[in-house]
Write a protein that binds this ligand. Structure first.
Ligand SMILES: C[S@@+](CC[C@H](N)C(=O)[O-])C[C@H]1O[C@@H](n2cnc3c(N)ncnc32)[C@H](O)[C@@H]1O
Length: 311
């Protein structure tokens, strides 16, 4: 994880010592760039992203210019543009059709739960909590057109939301949120709120988030969220030699295949990893919702699903 203090020490102080001329002018574009970058990193840590309430803006420079997105892909048979690899936010960067398939698979899981749990499927108002660049939400476009569904999405990262704003039809009501547990929707507004791998990252205020999502759900509405349980714990343990596991997890949790704690919260800000034992997740979430199911991870995933209803 980036450490602004050591960055500052290493680059800025050395730079000042070695490079500033007696009249304190920066000597070259490169020197100016080093200072600019350092200051932007310091701002990112200490101003725009304080520990408990932040979002990730488009950048941390004083002048923020329009993002130069890579041209989205056109995929045969797909009506909507597909984000270029770097805008898929880690999901199948090398394979656009796999990206679409995976999103559709996840959408179908949500849709089957909606069909099972709600009496009607016309004119539903749904929110993708942590929608990123719309990997799953995009697949509800057919419901928006044919069944008058209203589609909303929120994410704390400005860039994927900007991507949506720039390339997706205006039927997608998307906006940048923050880690403060508040959303700009009225009470009793949504029929369904779903989220893929969001509560796996919400270490701070997860309980306030549940209450905020409850507030904006209609009575009888569904909350469907993936979580990490002992299943994910085992999955990470089994992959403990992979760099993507080592770099993002506590060494303490990679010691044993069994999850011996009731819960385990690791990390800071967006790298946080949150684990609850299945029965503990049910017990805790039941304080706020009726927990209909804690589903085992579906085929393509290692995350369990909380399926809840607002009474
Ligand atoms: C692992 S990614 C999953 C993205 C997307 N749900 C998907 O399945 O493609 C987690 C996402 O949650 C977002 N996120 C984390 N905390 C959030 C919060 N409190 N509110 C909204 N989005 C959040 C992150 O910015 C990130 O885009």
């Amino acid at each position: 994880m980036f450490n602004p203090k050591s960055y500052l020490k290493k680059h800025l102080l050395a730079f000042i010592k070695n490079n500033l001329s007696s009249n304190n002018e920066l000597q070259s574009d490169r020197e100016t760039a080093v200072v600019e970058r350092t200051l932007s990193m310091v701002r990112s840590e200490y101003t725009v992203m304080p520990r408990f309430g932040f979002h990730q803006p488009l950048d941390y420079y004083l002048d923020t210019l329009p993002v130069k997105f890579e041209t989205p892909f056109k995929v045969e048979g797909e009506e909507l543009p597909v984000p270029a690899p770097e805008d898929r936010m880690g999901y199948c960067p090398d394979d656009a059709s796999e990206y679409l398939k995976w999103g559709l698979y996840d959408k179908n899981l949500i849709k089957s739960l909606v069909d099972r749990e709600l009496a009607q499927d016309d004119s539903l108002n749904i929110l993708d909590f942590g929608c990123s660049s719309g990997r799953v939400l995009r697949h509800f476009y057919s419901e928006a057109k044919n069944k008058n569904w209203k589609l909303s999405g929120v994410d704390i990262q400005a860039r994927p939301i900007q991507w949506m704003r720039e390339f997706m039809p205006s039927d997608f009501c998307v906006y940048t949120g923050s880690t403060l547990p508040t959303l700009p929707f009225p009470d009793n507004h949504f029929d369904v709120i779903y989220g893929f791998s969001i509560f796996t990252h919400i270490k701070f205020h997860w309980d306030m988030w549940l209450l905020e999502l409850k507030r904006i759900l209609k009575p009888g509405g569904l909350l469907i969220q993936t979580i990490h349980t002992e299943n994910a714990w085992k999955y990470y343990y089994d992959n403990r030699d992979e760099s993507w596991v080592i770099n993002n997890h506590s060494a303490a949790m990679l010691q044993s295949r069994e999850m011996i704690y009731d819960y385990f919260y690791y990390g800071d800000m967006s790298v946080s990893q949150v684990f609850w034992r299945r029965e503990i997740a049910k017990k805790y979430w039941e304080r706020y919702f009726t927990v209909i199911d804690v589903l085992q991870p579906p085929e393509r995933s290692f995350q369990d699903w909380m399926v809840c209803r607002k009474a």
